[in-house]
Ligand binder design. Sequence first.
Ligand code: UT7
Length: 325
Amino acid sequence: MKTYRSVVRGTGSYLPARIVTNDELATSVDTSDAWIVERTGIRERRIAADDEFTSTLGLEAARRALDHAGMKADEIELIVLATSTPDYTFPATATAIQNGLGITRGVAFDLQAVCSGFVFALATADNFLKCGQYNTALVIGSETFSRILDWDDRSTCILFGDGAGAVILEARESGNEANPRGIISTHIHSDGRYRDKLYVDGGVSKTGTVGHLRMQGRDVFRHAVVNIAACITEALEASGLKADDIDWFVPHQANKRILDGTARKIGLAPEKIVITLDKHGNTSAASIPLALDEAVKDGRVKIGDLVLLEAMGGGFTWGSALIRW
Ligand code: UT7
């Protein structure tokens, strides 16, 4: 029987033009650049223009990923969009991106796992490719969290930003070579006991409103450190690898203190962490593909490197992906 691996063909990302600095936020809520930098590591974030939507951002990231892969849109069979900020309640925002790319075959759907969304989407696409159902996949994380923030709540509005990133995967037959390229493992988890620690207080069925993001930051922080370290250990043990083997750690970008703590806990050199949250803030499902694209385009992540992705978010949800680039 043939077996397949999902190999990364290309990456792309898109950020809205408007930069909002900590100092600008400090003019509307009681905060300061010094507090935000010290507690989170964030210095600025991008905010989508009124005529930019989750589909607009995701479509541009997808186009850039196709360019990078040297592929045409109609070569894509599967589109999975991770987002918690869809354009509309339905249809799936992924279908707007599919249409924007001019693709009329295959399948496009949304997946919602908040900040873990990209890892969940990658795991989903990987399983479709590994089982031979599709040959190519476009995995996108795109968010406009600015639309669900309570701009009067200083404990949350300073954390998030808008953006999109995309990765193109291609199924390749597994051969006998040592350390072949492709996704080595994905592990995803959720525990609904904690769903009220990080949530949006509106929705179609319960309130008929869009709602605003609410978070008990300290509790989320505490769980993040534990869950992230546990799922990294799980990924390494399942693959017979050690922290030392990792070339690049590309985590979800929520808080620099979480990233530093995780690196310390698993014994990973700080210079192996790809950090973009100083410039992007927390872009939820978009943060990992945005960081990946930056590290690929500036030459840090190279073919053959071992790359570890990890995320934790509302639900709680969390997970990891190990990729031989
Ligand atoms: O992406 C999904 C995963 N999300 C996360 O991982 C986020 C996890 N949580 C965090 O990153 C941190 O908990 C925060 C950055 C949200 C908060 O940092 P913290 O060190 O946990 O602060 P805190 O919530 O314990 O608040 C400390 C103090 C409070 O004042 P009092 O009660 O000690 O007087 C807050 O009212 O800081 C105050 N505070 C602020 N002060 C200035 C909260 N937000 C601000 C602010 N500026 N923006």
